[in-house]
Write a protein that binds this ligand. Structure first.
Ligand SMILES: Nc1nc2c(ncn2[C@@H]2O[C@H](COP(=O)(O)OP(=O)(O)OP(=O)(O)O)[C@@H](O)[C@H]2O)c(=O)[nH]1
Ligand SMILES: [Mg+2]
Length: 394
């Protein structure tokens, strides 16, 4: 709770958000995306003062938004003493340079922000090295292009200037650091692999899902452990594995990093080994926050990220969590709509499209027994198929 104390004691940085609305994006989606960006900014410790959007075919090549919009942002930034401007997409090196020149404040894009949060949250040597690797890999092409830009300006004459050699030195330092980190991570991987091999043969279940959906809360509830859970994005970065026993049947349950829309690709790369537990799992428990207005998008993002990781066709249980906070969509007359009962949920399209599905509230302990039963049945099924002679359990 020390963290909280510092947050209020120190002056919070003031941020402005910038997003482009493309033609294949609804207003509702845009609103959700920017709200998520605002949540990321808040998680990183800053306060959002205002959001600027612009409808464009695609982001402007030079300055992301048009020059007129950038003028507006500049006026606001100066007037309101803004510290950071955050863009909802990855900025190219030249966009970054142009915008920095114009606004003269700290500029971040979505990737920087996510990397920054990850860096602040990493606990173990593995997570720390993975984040640092991702940050350096993100930096490297930006350094190179800055350098080629300088090269072009000089017209190819007097190429041995200080600009070039400084950047060359930086580049070499970064490349060295990258290979050191990779070696360190390979070592950690080897240790972990040995550890996993030494584990007794048990069915392995992995909790997966979008960030902040309640994976760690469910882990704590099922395994009676104490995994850090809170209402911020990316509370969990390291994978935790616990042995759980339901009705004499033991299995391993793992909780891991949550996914997010537009997770920087190299970050996924760097976290691949943390996600080994997911790749090697026998059963996935895909947790969904049913109270989130955009949970369908979130399901899609999670499925795509899993595919990226090479995880396809694993037996999956979909857990719709937070039913206590579910907000039924109002009908067109605007009348109040009755909250859904468990039975309504069971017969909804959500259940039909994601079978087998279960609806729970982890914090209100609703429908937990049925969830345990479902998990138990699935574990027993896999256990029986794999160890047909092992009958001592059930
Ligand atoms: N209303 C409600 N809130 C819940 C429920 N389950 C979890 N939460 C809250 O949701 C927030 C996120 O929970 P976590 O368990 O940290 O979520 P997570 O999926 O592990 O998140 P990351 O580790 O950040 O990916 C916390 O504030 C929980 O108290 C639920 O059933 N109902
Ligand atoms: Mg968590």
């Amino acid at each position: 709770m020390k963290q909280k104390f510092y947050d209020t004691a120190e002056k919070q940085e003031r941020a402005v958000l910038v997003g482009v609305i493309t033609p294949h994006q609804t207003d509702e989606q845009t609103k959700e995306y920017l709200e998520e960006l605002q949540f990321l900014v808040e998680t990183a410790g800053a306060e959002t003062v205002k959001t600027f959007t612009q409808k464009l075919q695609r982001p402007d090549r030079a300055t992301f938004v048009g020059s007129g919009r950038l003028e507006d942002i500049k006026a606001f930034v100066t007037e309101e003493e803004i510290d950071i401007v955050v863009f909802d997409d990855e900025l190219t090196p030249s966009q970054l340079r142009n915008i920095e020149n114009e606004l003269q404040v700290k500029i971040l894009d979505r990737n920087n922000l996510i990397l920054d949060i990850f860096a602040g949250r990493a606990q173990t040597a593995q997570a720390k090295s993975q984040v640092e690797l991702a940050q350096l890999q993100y930096l490297l092409p930006r350094l190179t292009r800055l350098w080629t830009h300088l090269e072009r300006q000089k017209g190819g004459i007097g190429m041995r200037g200080p600009g070039e050699s400084q950047i060359e030195t930086d580049r070499r330092l970064i490349l060295n650091k990258i290979s050191l980190l990779k070696e360190k991570l390979r070592q950690i991987d080897r240790q972990n692999e040995t550890q996993r091999k030494n584990r007794v043969a048990m069915v392995r279940v992995a909790l997966v899902g979008y960030t902040n959906v309640g994976k760690s809360t469910i882990m704590n509830m099922i395994s009676k452990s104490e995994v850090f859970a809170e209402n911020k994005l990316f509370a969990t970065l390291d994978t935790t594995v616990r042995k759980v026993v339901i009705e004499n049947v033991p299995f391993l349950l793992s909780d891991t990093v949550g996914f997010i829309r537009k997770l920087p690709h190299h970050l996924v790369e760097c976290f691949k080994s943390t996600l080994d537990e997911v790749r090697e799992a026998d059963i996935l428990v895909h947790v969904v926050d049913v109270s989130h207005p955009n949970f369908e998008d979130q399901i899609r993002t999670v499925n795509e990220t899993l595919k990226d990781l090479g995880v396809i066709d694993k037996p999956t249980i979909t857990v719709f969590n937070k039913i206590d906070a579910y907000q039924p969509v109002q009908n067109h007359t605007g009348e109040e709509v009755e909250p859904l009962t468990l039975d309504d949920f069971k017969h909804s399209w959500m259940a039909k499209n994601n079978s087998p599905a279960i609806f729970i509230s982890a914090t209100k302990k609703e429908n937990i027994d049925e969830f345990r039963k479902m998990l138990y049945d699935k574990v027993v099924e896999i256990h029986a198929a794999r160890y047909p002679y092992d009958q001592l359990l059930y």
